[in-house]
Design a protein around this ligand. Structure first.
Ligand SMILES: Cc1cc2nc3c(=O)[nH]c(=O)nc-3n(C[C@H](O)[C@H](O)[C@H](O)COP(=O)(O)O)c2cc1C
Length: 355
């Protein structure tokens, strides 16, 4: 049969359906335990209780599962990615070092899972290069552990979607702030890797721009950054990003207080309001803020880009901290371009639509 897609594309599309991860176990004819990692598991029927999973005909353990009368679905917990990896490889003794207990018929149940379904095999159907096994569930068990998830060829952690007080069904619906924070925090490691730069994530808190997460890199340029740090609304990259994009009435007080403090401390080069306005115009023109050099220390600099929500309001400043030589002064260097792109992609994930 000819198709308009190749196998890699098909895999990619299938991979966008996120699943849990199971290890299916049984005993072979000699009573030896066998197990394979499978995410093809699915529920079928409640009455009678039926489930299915499918196995590649080429799997070493296929003959044993084909002939077995029973199998156990072990639904893996979030800390069991290594167990998944172990049972996904053709190894001599996959069970070495894996704690198990015996279920019905002496079949192995792997310790530490989220849930177990002990099944009797009631049907096997051909499914192309796989066989589909239907199991009647005879015994179930559930533990208070979060499940491991799998999607796009990678292991994932699952957490519940927090709808908060407002429902997404409401016209003004969209992600709640707490959910936006989760998404942004979870995205930070990958973004950090892509940019190969230390990243900061800030929100506008009750005392102004506040760092809520740092994602360090292998070659961190500084260790001197803490979460909970309230940064300057007129000197820091995160602060300038917020000050440029928030309504002025929200930031005015913070800016005034900062300038007042500087004047009281008799600091030199306190910027004028015109100077600050010029900085903010630059930020809006380029979609990017530079930290003001003399404030951060001689050889470290930061750039910040805004992250917007579904209402088009700024929710985060995404900041990259790197050496001054890497960042430079401009707005179109590689790091600047990448940071803007990552901030825009994150905004899109939060429901922001550009006109
Ligand atoms: C997350 C994940 C899900 C998998 N799901 C299946 C599946 O549903 N069916 C299958 O036949 N193989 C699946 N595999 C691959 C098998 O686990 C792998 O081929 C294993 O080596 C088979 O074991 P065996 O060679 O001892 O039979 C999956 C692998 C991973 C990592």
């Amino acid at each position: 049969m000819t198709t308009s897609f190749d196998q890699r594309e098909l895999r990619n599309v299938l991979g966008s359906f996120v699943t849990g991860v199971t290890v299916v176990t049984t005993l072979d004819a000699d009573g030896q335990p066998l197990g394979v990692t499978a995410n093809s598991f699915s529920s079928v029927s409640l009455e009678p209780p039926l489930i299915l999973w499918s196995q590649a005909l080429t799997a070493r353990s296929f003959p044993a599962f084909r002939d077995a009368e029973r199998f156990v679905i072990n639904i893996l917990a979030e800390d069991q990615a290594q167990v998944s990896q172990r049972f996904a490889k053709a190894g001599e003794d996959k069970f070495a070092g894996v704690a198990t207990r015996e279920g019905i018929g002496g079949l192995p149940l792997i310790d530490g899972c989220t849930a177990y379904l002990q099944c009797r095999k009631v049907a096997t159907y051909p499914g192309g290069d796989h066989a589909v096994f239907i199991g009647q569930v005879e015994q179930i068990e559930r533990c208070d552990r979060k499940p491991l998830a799998f999607g796009g060829g990678r292991y994932m952690l699952a957490h519940s979607y927090d709808l908060g007080t407002f429902s997404v069904d409401k016209p003004d619906g969209g992600l709640q702030h707490v959910e936006a924070v989760r998404i942004a925090n979870a995205a930070l490691p990958e973004i950090g890797q892509r940019l190969d730069a230390m990243l900061g994530l800030s929100v506008w808190g009750n005392r102004g721009p506040t760092v809520i997460n740092w994602e360090p890199t292998r070659n961190a340029v500084t260790q001197d950054l803490h979460t909970g740090l309230v940064v300057s609304p007129v000197f820091s990259a995160s602060g300038l990003t917020f000050t440029a994009y928030l309504p002025r009435e929200m930031t005015r007080h913070n800016v005034q207080a900062e300038l007042q403090q500087l004047r009281e401390a008799a600091m030199s080069n306190v910027p004028s309001e015109e100077e600050i306005d010029r900085r903010l115009d630059d930020v809006r023109t380029h979609g990017l803020a530079h930290s003001v050099p003399e404030r951060f220390g001689a050889d470290i600099a930061a750039i910040g880009a805004p992250v917007f929500d579904h209402r088009g309001r700024i929710v985060f400043a995404l900041t990259a901290v790197a050496t001054t030589s890497r960042i430079g002064n401009g707005y179109d260097g590689p790091l600047q371009v990448s940071l803007r792109r990552e901030a825009a992609a994150l905004s899109q994930r939060l429901g922001h639509r550009t006109a």
